[in-house]
Write a protein that binds this ligand. Sequence first.
Ligand SMILES: [Mg+2]
Length: 232
Amino acid sequence: MPIRALTLDLDDTLWPVLPALERADQAVDAWLRQHHPEVARAWPIAAMRELRMQVAAERLDLAHDFTRQRQLTLQQAFAACGVDDAPVRALWEIYFAARNRVELYPDSLPALERITARWPLASLTNGNADLQRIGIHAHFAHHVCARDSGVAKPDPRIFLVAAERLGVAPEQILHVGDDPAMDIAGARDAGLRTAWINRDGRPWPDELGPPPQLDLRNLTELADWLDAHGAR
Ligand SMILES: [Mg+2]
């Protein structure tokens, strides 16, 4: 059966996310040290990360909304220092700008150009990357994120939201992503076809059930496979 559309994970599929998250934490810390040194002293980066983990653990209702989790974390950090009106909006802008200064893997853009010349593509992410800021927005026909959908990968429902937006049956969509549980098991359980971007050549974790249909090292391999087999 031919593939009629693709869904694509973003973080760690198109760019490595950790360097961007690291820079974003550092940008927030630098701003705090300048404008609210008492908050910076009370909440160095490691402590702020721990607080965020605590917020995530306490607010399971926000599991799909990393943005709100981070904003609440900032509010709580300021409140603990006796500041009730935390400058959340300014800090969020600083965080978000740094978080979106990602460096694409070298294969990402050429592969996106090849793939989107032939197939409609939807982004499908649990994160809060902003493709407009990153500058690759035009390659995507649709954008599906956990925050707007109310559910996060690996919940099959978010994949079905993407299928509906694309107007294509799940079994004719190839989902592409780096995370065995979130991307591959999630998409498989929703009835999509699966391509694992396995840049380090790890073995498939068998406890997650059947392996992906495609186990690829990078997006060039994906574009090559699609050229050879995608239309059949
Ligand atoms: Mg990912």
